[in-house]
Design a protein around this ligand. Sequence first.
Ligand code: C2E
Ligand code: CA
Ligand code: CA
Length: 693
Amino acid sequence: MQGDFYDRLTRLPNRCFLAQELSQKFNSVKQNLTESFAVLLLDLDRFQVVDDNLAYGIEDQLIIALARRLEAYTRHHDIVVHLGSGEFAILLNSIKDVSYVQQIAERIYKELVLPFYIKGHEVFINVCIGIALSKKDYQQPEDILRDADIAMHYAKKLGRSCYQIFNTAMHDEAVEVLKLENDLRRAIERQEFRLHYQPIVLLENKQIVGFEALVRWQHPQRGLMYPSEFISLAEETGLITALDYWVLREACHQMRTWQLKFPDASLDTISVNISGKQLLRSDFLDQVKQVLQETKLEPHCLKLEITESSLIKNISTAVNIIEELKALGIQFSMDDFGTGYSSLSYLYNFPINTLKLDRSFIQKMNESRQKLEIVKAIVTLALNLDMEVVAEGIETANQHAQLKVLKCTYGQGFLFSKALERQGVEVFLESELLAQKYYKQTKPQYNSEEQFSREQLLIHIERLKQELEELKQEKTDLEILLEMTNEHSSVVELELHKEISDHQKAEAALQEVNKKLQSLSCIDSLTQIANRRRFDQAIAQEWWRMAREKHPLALIFCDVDYFKKYNDCYGHQAGDFCLKQVAQIISSVLDRPGDLVARYGGEEFAVILPNTDSEGATKVAQKIQLQLRNAQLVHGDSAISDYVTMSLGIASTIPTPESNPDALIAKADKALYQAKMQGRDRFVLSKTGDSNQ
Ligand code: C2E
Ligand code: CA
Ligand code: CA
């Protein structure tokens, strides 16, 4: 009998015991006999061993140690229950008030952040605690457990260890999540998922070697949603396996299509993110085989990206599955390296081909010498283990240059390209190939170590146009000369004609690409950020989304001051370069996935900031101005400064479903106009109308 109510490992009361205890309490409540009580749910989120020579199989002992510590730091009339693996519950009896519960939770929590010593290892744990207090309107034991669970999930979502006490706002949020979960269940059959593809490039010359497929959800009401908004929900609900399967099939199919369509593009691999749950499924191997067979993609062109944290609990099974898939020729990347357990010893255990260095490392690389050394050490180690390294999230030319010096081979990041829609990728590839072709054909004066990127292609078009004009002039001169001397030098003329027509063809082809680029793609061809078309889409989507969520939406218009003078002073090519710099500066300030900067037209940029009020938008505007000032782009012809400056107009509002973004756009536009009128190099916030330097 004893065994039915007690857990064998920890010798603590178990789930059945708790159920019985709670139902007794609920009976007493009905008879008004009991004092207040609370249920505290605790989940061991993850643990970390400080010593790098991690020993396996310490989890059971850790759970026993945790059980003892919980017992030691609760009062004698509280009941500590082991629910299973890393889950515990504590029934807190005789509760006076909320602050009393808080005190207990804090005491427990403080004890749990101290390290455990297991088998000579120092082990740190992360726990999330959810608490619910007994209430009159609870009908049955499940009600209080449900609310403690909601609070625990809330704590989990906040990341890091912490505790949360249940409140009704959490309940409302849980209902929202439930709605989203229902939508998610139907999203696959309704074909609402989309794939975007982010180029992975060879750092040496920026040549595209493959893509990473990144999923997006075109939600019928909420607009385009990013993985951060639904992947963890998909994981919790198990829907991730269906989603990952869809992504795998779609990505393989697309890659095969591109390989056939662009045989000269040397597209080596398509990288697909696979959650641990999906990889560990017994039928995953068969799924992959089937997808490859159906799509006719060569196995070595598929690279599966996995994170170490998703596999940590089942290392040996995971390693077996990876080995089996590798035997088929499929490659593996360790994603987000450095964010999970980051134990270098794991690298030896996982038979992977590629290590993807997390973008947090790249971002911090310039902060100190040590941080740079860490990146250097990881790259060196990986190369010594015959792994390739892909640096993630490269945003600046400086980071690019440094990584090249560190011998990191591949990279991915906004500096090269954001994730693009299918058509965007095709235009990108077409222009890249054309650039390569003309790079080979053109005269030695264009030779350079680097292959042409799209920006260079545009400069190239300009050069060709100029050259064409010169040739035409030359031809006319020659014709006059021929007439004058009355000699027939048809060979020279033929040569000349040929050259002119070659250039004309080249120009026509390039202009064709250029046009396509603008009409098809959502990317502005000069600055590589979103274009006006994308802006129009995005503002409408975000308007709807914010209207539903009743959150503010902010818009900033930024206009480069005295830009015409800049062009007059330095020429159009420099002007283009300036706009690219400005686009990059604005992009670098935006750090949330939903934020968007678009080229609105000419030298004007628009920044869409969902979930942002006037105050938040003002901070962003200040940052943009600060970054631009720090960049010190020299402007010899500016009437107000030695450097390039910008005027900004800010507006924010809480959208309503009955209206549209036009008023917001007009407000931001008016504010920008005011900023210009007030002397430029400043921002104006629409609501108050005041300005700032
Ligand atoms: P990840 O695998 O680390 O993917 C890279 C993320 O970094 C992408 O975000 C990408 O847009 C973003 N990124 C790329 N370059 C830069 C840069 O220069 N700067 C900054 N700040 N960010 C950059 P995204 O698309 O929002 O994806 C987020 C995460 O969602 C992915 O992280 C991946 O873990 C997960 N995910 C995406 N697609 C799938 C999928 O199909 N299946 C599964 N299981 N997970 C997915
Ligand atoms: Ca990834
Ligand atoms: Ca990653």
